[in-house]
Design a protein around this ligand. Structure first.
Ligand code: AMP
Length: 214
């Protein structure tokens, strides 16, 4: 089963993708993670995208489609969870071509709906474990008092450089202008399902499971 988690920054796509990996043996393909990896390892492409990401703009379709193509060609999985990809109609068409070349299909697109005030609150309070990527929130899910990640025991936590108010505004605008048309695109393909992304992580997990298993 191949699915897309669709939603604005802070909707909970990464958190729910990690849960699906743990519970269903699926593999998360996050273009944001791939781009941050390229940036941190200082590759030529990483240097090109660093400024674009810091400003909250979108990286070119060619770069992200290339990253996804490479993963699809090399990673074996019971199914893929596309997280943060596709973000444009061109990327959506490319994904459909890539999957059909592999004899695979896209089975479901789950949109996580969260209001803008909550997104801003979540993003500005967000940090992640530097070792395993577990996501924390200063208010709703603080780092444990002993300073150790509840998932892996790691003791280093980081905040994303683009999790600040200015680039968040730009990222939200990019979402509404370039990515939200994908809701209609996938609705027309009969693949769209919508889940309330507010509330407890477990409740949202349950709602996603229901749409995937129905
Ligand atoms: P994310 O981790 O998904 O929030 O992505 C962080 C940043 O990486 C975005 O603000 C974009 O600059 C870039 N990015 C990630 N995925 C894509 C994509 N599919 N298309 C274009 N840019 C992307």
């Amino acid at each position: 089963m191949n699915i897309i988690l669709l939603g604005p920054p802070g909707a909970g796509k990464g958190t729910q993708a990690r849960i699906l990996e743990d519970t269903r043996g699926m593999v998360q393909l996050s273009t944001g993670d791939m781009l941050r990896e390229a940036k941190d390892s200082g590759t030529e492409m990483g240097q090109v995208v660093a400024g674009v990401m810091a400003r909250g703009e979108l990286v070119t379709d060619e770069i992200v489609i290339g990253l996804i193509r490479e993963k699809l060609e090399t990673v074996e999985a019971a199914g893929f969870i596309f997280d943060g990809f596709p973000r444009t109609l061109k990327q959506a068409d490319a994904l459909s071509d890539l999957l059909s070349q592999m004899g695979q299909t896209l089975d479901q697109v789950v949109e996580l709906r969260v209001d803008d005030d909550t997104l801003v609150q979540r993003i500005t309070a967000r940090s992640t474990c530097a070792s395993c990527g577990e996501v924390y929130n200063d208010i709703t899910k603080p780092i444990p008092e002993d300073g150790k990640c509840s998932k892996c025991g790691g003791t280093e936590f980081k905040r994303r450089a683009d999790d600040n108010e200015d680039s968040l505004k730009k990222r939200l605008m990019e979402y509404y202008k370039q990515t939200s048309p994908l809701i209609g695109y996938y609705y027309a393909k009969g693949l769209h399902a919508s889940v309330d992304g507010l509330g407890e992580i477990d409740e949202i997990k349950g709602a996603i499971a229901k749409t995937l298993d129905d």
